[in-house]
Design a protein around this ligand. Sequence first.
Ligand code: ADP
Ligand code: MG
Length: 221
Amino acid sequence: MGLNEMTERVGVEFLHEWLLEFARVVKANKDLLTSLDAAVGDADHGINMDRGMTAVLANQEANPPGDPAGLLKQTGVTLVSSVGGASGPLYGTFFLRMATAAAEHADGLDAAAFAQALRAGIGGVVQRGKAEPGDKTMYDALAPAAQALEDALAAGAPLTDALQQAAKAADQGRDGTTGMRARKGRASYLGERSVGHQDPGATSAALLIASAAASATKIIH
Ligand code: ADP
Ligand code: MG
């Protein structure tokens, strides 16, 4: 195994850093997420995500899992059980599906396995929420991110660079939701009046991918 492969492994250390960073940026953007949700929903997305990620970190500290699948599963279970609203079950399912994909990689995931796990997580979001591209949901940030990650890895980029590309694509996807008419979740009740507002869930999803990129830069050298 080459040095690059050795150092590109996504293990518990990376996942811990990712969740720590996501919790940090969710807290820093709590008011933004809630005000975006005030425009198209019920003004609780920042509160929901902050409560969920605070619980995730608390559980992680009280009962630190020893392998990637365990950490991802604990995260998913915590989000499902601590967050009311659509985003809890959706993000929870995302991490639970990532956990299932990570189960056979107790020593860490290489870049390809991590991309597959991300895909599996997004597949869970779709299965649970039935979102399609353009419905103005978190899926509109997550799907382009997964695509960009896969494309960059296929072109030979190291995982850290590929995650930077994914974060860029997630930001663009998030920005794209502003012009969309919501067809899922509370925002869909607004119909045409949802157009012109950035989707809160796509905004938190872009933070999730940006956090992965930031953690990779820190952990995977
Ligand atoms: P709630 O809508 O129950 O108050 P939140 O405010 O926490 O929950 O989350 C709202 C976000 O959840 C939306 O901005 C959207 O991105 C996402 N969302 C809602 N329904 C779906 C769905 N069916 N599929 C994917 N994402 C969804
Ligand atoms: Mg809401």
